[in-house]
Design a binder for this molecule. Structure first.
Ligand SMILES: [Zn+2]
Ligand SMILES: [Zn+2]
Length: 428
């Protein structure tokens, strides 16, 4: 028996349906806000991630699926989607537009230790907003992210927020962070010993309890912001407060990727990270090798974590609206034509549903040698109405409709079947 690779998932109904409903809700919300879908390849030139996320980031140094193709090209399965989106808009000359708003839903791949909420193939949705340097873009992005969790899915979430400064003010902060952690070098975990020289800000992100405790007293980036970063951040905080978005200043929040500047944020629900993002004003310049210099901000959320939390909180039931199931059964070969004719008419009606305004339906086309077998199978399928044609019906040009819940049966002429069924559905 061949099994699925470690850290991956099969999604089957009802979970697969739930994932689809969740995704639909998010994407239609984003489309109403002017975001357009973008799709990029699941694998990219490995340089893209080295240059964007940073070669010292955990994602690139430890977790990336790398491979060479038959021509010896160095490729990687994407560990995140922001860098590919940036690569795509540069390559497709979209940066000639003033403002670009994009959203995506897609798979990411990270070679991590599989555990709850962490999979080697995961699905992320997110937005990328290019061309606005002002704090209002940060406000919009955080508001949208908060709305997705809070308003669409009714989750009590908190926005953890920090500013990590810009190219002007970060070097001095980095300096003071380096000095601070150098004093504790002996106590730091082996990863952080390395981070100290490579990128000391990352130590703030470490999950090791000792490193965490040392980090608590570390210098804060918000105390090192330059005048314009300070103004940007204060305006953002003020506006989020004005709109009563529950924010929590988290001075340890730096995010694990090199490309962020100024605003970084995470959405948490009972301490589970649901989404994260931030501003990345230098990434376009970095990836376009100086050709373009466009500010940007975005976030990414995990579909699996959201699905898991909705399932735990049992609030997902309303997302899985039950449909009315109808089983069209032919009980004799002579009835096949009638049953398939009804099936094809119902297909048309489903497509044109707007005109008839009935509940959503699910239709099945089946054939059984007798009614009792048909009813048994229909029971298993949780069918609401069994519609069948046997010898008896055939002789009278009729069909029988059986309500599986009440057991009530009615006969109708073939030509008036559709209006009769619509009448029954409207009463549901
Ligand atoms: Zn600054
Ligand atoms: Zn550490």
């Amino acid at each position: 028996m061949i099994e699925k690779p470690k850290g991956t998932n099969d999604y089957i109904h009802p979970e697969s349906t739930l994932r689809k409903e969740i995704t639909n809700k998010i994407t239609s919300f984003l489309e109403n806000l002017g975001y357009k879908p973008i799709e990029t390849p699941v694998f990219e030139n490995i340089e893209l991630f080295k240059r964007s996320a940073g070669i010292t980031s955990d994602i690139v140094s430890k977790e990336m699926y790398e491979f060479q193709d038959k021509k010896g090209r160095h490729l990687a399965l994407r560990p995140e989607i922001t860098a590919p989106v940036v690569r795509a808009i540069i390559q497709n000359n979209l940066l000639l537009n003033h403002v670009i708003k994009l959203y995506y839903v897609g798979s990411i791949f990270r070679y991590e230790k599989p555990q709850k909420d962490r999979y080697r193939q995961a699905t992320q949705f997110g937005i990328e907003y290019f061309g606005q340097e002002d704090y209002l873009a940060d406000f919009e992005t955080i508001l949208i992210c908060h709305h997705i969790y809070n308003s669409i899915f009714n989750l009590q979430v908190e926005v953890h927020l920090n500013s990590i400064g810009c190219q002007e003010c970060r070097p001095s902060y980095r300096e003071s962070i380096f000095e601070y952690f150098s004093k504790f070098e002996d106590k730091l975990c082996s990863d952080c010993k390395r981070r100290l020289n490579e990128n000391p800000l990352r130590i703030l992100d470490c999950k090791n309890p000792v490193c965490k405790e040392i980090s608590n007293e570390a210098p804060k980036s918000i105390d090192h912001l330059c005048t314009s970063c300070k103004k940007h951040f204060n305006n953002l905080l003020q506006t989020l407060n004005d709109f009563k978005i529950p924010i929590k200043l988290n001075t340890l929040l730096v995010r694990g990727l090199d490309y962020y500047n100024r605003t970084v944020f995470e959405i948490k629900c009972n301490n589970v990270d649901l989404a994260g993002g931030g501003r990345y004003d230098y990434l376009v310049r970095e990836i376009s090798q100086g050709k373009y210099d466009i500010p940007a901000i975005g976030f990414a959320g995990g579909l699996e974590r959201l699905t898991n939390i909705l399932q735990e909180q049992k609030t997902f039931k309303s997302l899985l609206k039950e449909k009315i199931r109808i089983n069209l059964v032919s009980l004799t070969e002579k009835a096949d034509k009638i049953i398939s004719g009804i099936y094809s008419k119902l297909l048309e009606k489903i497509v044109l549903k707007k005109k008839i305004n009935t509940p959503d339906i699910e239709i099945y086309l089946t054939k059984f040698e007798n009614l009792s077998k048909a009813l048994k199978a229909s029971d298993k399928l949780k069918i609401n109405y069994v519609v069948f044609v046997g010898e008896e019906e055939l002789n009278q040009d009729e069909v029988t409709i059986k309500n599986m819940e009440t057991g009530k049966q009615q006969r109708t002429k073939i030509e008036s079947f559709i209006p009769t069924l619509i009448g029954l559905l409207k009463d549901e």
